[in-house]
Design a protein around this ligand. Sequence first.
Ligand SMILES: C[S@@+](CC[C@H](N)C(=O)[O-])C[C@H]1O[C@@H](n2cnc3c(N)ncnc32)[C@H](O)[C@@H]1O
Length: 323
Amino acid sequence: MTRDHQIRAEFDINARAVVHQGDCLDFLKTIPDNSVQLIVTSPPYNIGKEYEKKLRLEHYVERQEEVIVESFRVLKDSGSICWQVGNYVDSSSIVPIDSVLFPVFSRLGMKMRNRIVWHFEHGLHCTKRFSGRYETIIWYTKSDQYVFNLDPVRVPQKYPGKKYFKGPKTGQYSCNPLGKNPGDLWTIPNVKSNHIEKTVHPCQFPVELVERLVLSLTDEGDWVLDPFLGVGSTIVAAVLHSRRGAGADVERKYLEIARKRIQEAFAGTIKLRPMDRPVYDPKAAGNRLTVAPWAAKKEAPYTPVVGRQLALLEKPIKYGADT
Ligand SMILES: C[S@@+](CC[C@H](N)C(=O)[O-])C[C@H]1O[C@@H](n2cnc3c(N)ncnc32)[C@H](O)[C@@H]1O
């Protein structure tokens, strides 16, 4: 491990990675004003996970506001805050957390640039409502002069071979050869048991989700901060792309894993799901479990004669060219 790759426990503007054990508000207070380019986090959702105490919703919002106000202070004028949230759930009734935090960001004069819908295909199966299969990332900027680099996060075009068919550009390719804007609906697998990044943390977000934000909203050498760090996914994404990463968590067991993952990111040995891998499609991959056994054609042990005659009639008819 080089000195440059040492993980500090307290904020140090010259470090590459800082992992602090303790309350995020205390940690934020040690960071200078206007020093961080991007804050990405997934805070507790107040749903009684092992790492949180369920609070009355108003109290939860007050606590979040304290963290958001401090985050705003440490943010550079060109910087962004991305708050990744789901629903607060009480007796099968939901409150989208982004809706209750909207006034908090507005009071600070921040501008919302996107409300990104993060869609995934696995999760709890609800019985009294449709199962939740998305969460959101609310992206706010501190000013109108903010960093936004689209080229590093472009995705493949649907029809890259499409050309202009009229006008002065006839015959030239009509799309951007670097790819298209990824839009505000991101389908990225969530970290469940068979995901390569899965650790003991019950709610870690996938590194590829953070990578897209790091690449588009920061430049090399910038600071990326996660006040609710968990197992360090945000710092891993920052380090992978030559940014600096800092974060805090109250749970020692998560931070031990975070430090290990960050060291692996520095060493280039961390196992991650790559950003450009398409979502697994079991049908296209030929997985035989996609055919329901009860729908598959079965050989009946014995078919009465009448039945066999009917089966003959059901044989596909070959149509001629004029049909
Ligand atoms: C939704 S998880 C974040 C997981 C993270 N995005 C990852 O990929 O590992 C929220 C985290 O906030 C931590 N936490 C809760 N209250 C905190 C506080 N006051 N200060 C710092 N961390 C806190 C929890 O321990 C938990 O790991």
